[in-house]
Design a protein around this ligand. Structure first.
Ligand SMILES: Nc1ncnc2c1ncn2[C@@H]1O[C@H](COP(=O)(O)OP(=O)(O)O)[C@@H](O)[C@H]1O
Ligand SMILES: [Mg+2]
Length: 247
């Protein structure tokens, strides 16, 4: 039986989803609206935002603090349901899935990298990176996670807890965890935001080279213009709307 985590060639997969399309859309956020209640009243956080990324493509989402970047990323991950609009990932409409279906989809197809790493503090780097594989029922979870960590230069840090790792090492462990199940889409929210510039550049190099190596689609939220410039396309958000797109 084919397991959820079986390696999948993104291009082959998407050709089968969209046989007539020359360029394959991997992720499409269409006219996304999110309105949240705060103590001060309702806030329209996303007001009809549309962003698309092709297979293997990197798209930077930039914009001032509060413009809705993190909210958009959460919608793309299926972690936040929009009030309206559609989220298509590998041709599947995430807005129509149940919570259980979303969780299963995320485990197989999506890796998320956060600014503050979000590693579980009472688990080692190896256990953290193995977690998504264990959820996916992979018998070789620890071996595969170990290999992913070694690929990221953490072969000597497998049994270290997050508190025993530098910021750069923690983010590398988080990247290993995000890539562990060979997802088709990586969503990264300010992945270098908590790192000094040299470490951040190093982590960014790793992220871009892994995406290229595995033909993974990358949606990268960043304040950093030099990081955004490395992406194939850039969109700028202001007040919950795309105001500029380039590339
Ligand atoms: N849970 C929430 N309830 C109400 N407003 C929120 C909530 N989360 C974020 N916001 C508001 O939504 C706007 C966009 O937030 P966010 O997506 O985090 O922006 P960015 O990542 O671009 O800084 C901000 O004005 C923020 O204050
Ligand atoms: Mg943010």
């Amino acid at each position: 039986m084919k397991t959820f985590s079986a390696p999948i060639d993104n291009r082959a997969m998407i050709q089968c989803v969209h046989p007539l399309r020359l360029r394959c859309v991997m992720l499409e956020l269409i006219d996304i609206r999110v309105r949240l209640q705060s103590k001060a009243g309702a806030v329209n956080i996303l007001r009809g935002t549309t962003v698309a990324a092709q297979a293997g493509q990197s798209v930077a989402v930039t914009g001032r603090s509060g413009s809705g970047k993190t909210t958009l990323l959460m919608v793309a991950a299926g972690l936040l349901r929009p009030d309206s609009g559609r989220v298509l990932a590998l041709g599947e409409d995430l807005t129509r899935k149940s919570e259980d279906e979303l969780a299963a989809f995320r485990r197989r197809r999506v890796g998320v990298v956060f600014q503050s790493f979000h590693l579980l503090p009472n688990m080692t780097a190896l256990e953290n990176a193995a977690l998504p594989l264990e959820f996916a029922g992979r018998a070789d979870a620890l071996d595969a996670a170990g290999a992913a960590l070694a690929r990221l230069g953490l072969g000597e840090r497998l049994h270290h807890y997050p508190g025993e790792l530098s910021g750069g090492e923690q983010q590398r462990a988080a990247i290993a965890r995000a890539f562990a199940a060979s997802p088709s889409i990586i969503l990264a929210d300010e992945p270098t935001g908590n790192l000094d510039s040299a470490t951040g550049a190093d982590v960014a190099d790793t992220l871009f080279s892994l995406c290229a190596e595995k033909n993974t689609c990358l949606l990268l939220v960043t304040h950093d213009a030099s990081l955004a410039a490395r992406c194939d396309r850039r969109v700028v958000l202001a007040d919950g709307l795309v105001v500029e797109a380039a590339g």
